[in-house]
Design a protein around this ligand. Structure first.
Ligand code: GUN
Length: 296
């Protein structure tokens, strides 16, 4: 069994980005600027956006976190989105999801300038992805493809089962893997909460991508020998032995599943760091488009 080391692979990606930023600076250019918007005080979201801002520092980007109270109105958030769209000093920005229930997520995503949408969530960018046109690829699926590439895990003609049909992970992942291009060309099954006989489906999978959000959902009996397992889940479960009283686990029962597989991502240290690295890569990409110069 080989661990797919997302931490190390993400570091490689970030070092390449850092080198590109240094070159741009050497050419007298400003540095890329990424803004993260967070509404409310969801602990997990706060931790994610802080990691994103910290990663910006590491590669030499300018970045800041705009943290708004849960009670902000939809109109106020739309006004902020307009302000960021118009701010020429901002290359890209993200609005961390989920948003509070009184704010229509789709309305917000639709208002983001697609050229600054470094999450790749705008309908125009998702539409381009579906049509295999040049676009901004959502960071988590992009990170998973990069990790497969790093470990030379072929996807062509493989049976891939993606579990979870979210707009952020499962849906774009299924599109990418079915495209006619390197690290695509797979036969993709997109399974979800209404899928019947999931075990029969996963047992035939060469590669499983678990993005369900349920701790230890994928068990050893559900997979075939030597399968490749990508665990997108980050679930908090009570753990009295930890000072903080909980620990983070994936959607996969790692202890048992890892005995059977050829490759598997750990949680933490698998997909999570890759998501952040690819967000930075997307930001560098939109920045280079804006300044009309690419060295990466
Ligand atoms: N919530 C969970 N993952 C993400 C992500 O990649 N981007 C944003 N904006 N929100 C998220």
């Amino acid at each position: 069994m080989i661990l797919l080391d997302g931490k190390e692979t993400a570091l490689k990606v970030k070092n390449t980005i850092k080198e590109a930023v240094t070159k741009h600076k050497g050419n007298g250019q400003r540095v890329p600027n990424l803004i993260a918007v967070l509404v409310g005080d969801n602990k997990a979201s706060l931790s994610y956006v802080k990691s994103k801002v910290k990663a910006c520092d590491m590669v030499g980007f300018d970045s800041s976190l705009i943290h708004l109270e849960t009670i902000i109105t939809e109109k106020q958030l739309l006004d902020l989105v307009q302000k960021l769209n118009n701010d020429t000093a901002v290359d890209g920005y993200i609005v961390q999801l989920p948003l509070p229930k009184h704010i229509d997520e789709n309305k917000i995503l639709l208002a983001i300038n697609p050229a600054k949408d470094v999450d790749g969530f705008h309908p125009i960018n998702i539409g381009k992805l579906a049509l295999n046109l040049d676009t901004i690829i959502p960071a988590t699926p992009y990170g998973i493809i990069t990790l497969l590439q790093e470990y030379n895990i072929e996807t062509t003609s493989k049976n891939v089962v993606v579990i979870g049909r979210s707009n952020i992970v499962g849906r774009p992942m299924s599109i990418l893997l079915s495209q006619n291009k390197p690290y695509g060309n797979a036969t993709v099954t997109l399974a979800h909460s209404r899928t019947k006989n999931l075990k029969e489906i996963t047992q035939k999978a060469d590669i499983i991508i678990a993005a369900i959000g349920k701790a230890h959902f994928i068990t050893a009996d559900m997979i075939k020998e030597n399968a490749v397992i990508i665990d997108v889940g980050i679930n908090s479960i009570p753990d009295a032995s930890r000072k903080r009283g909980y620990r983070l686990v994936g959607d996969v029962d790692f202890a048992n599943v890892s005995q059977k597989v050829s490759f598997i991502t750990p949680v933490p240290g698998g997909v999570g760091p890759m998501t952040i690295a690819m967000l930075l890569k997307n930001t560098l990409h939109v920045y280079e488009k804006r300044i009309g110069m690419s060295i990466s």
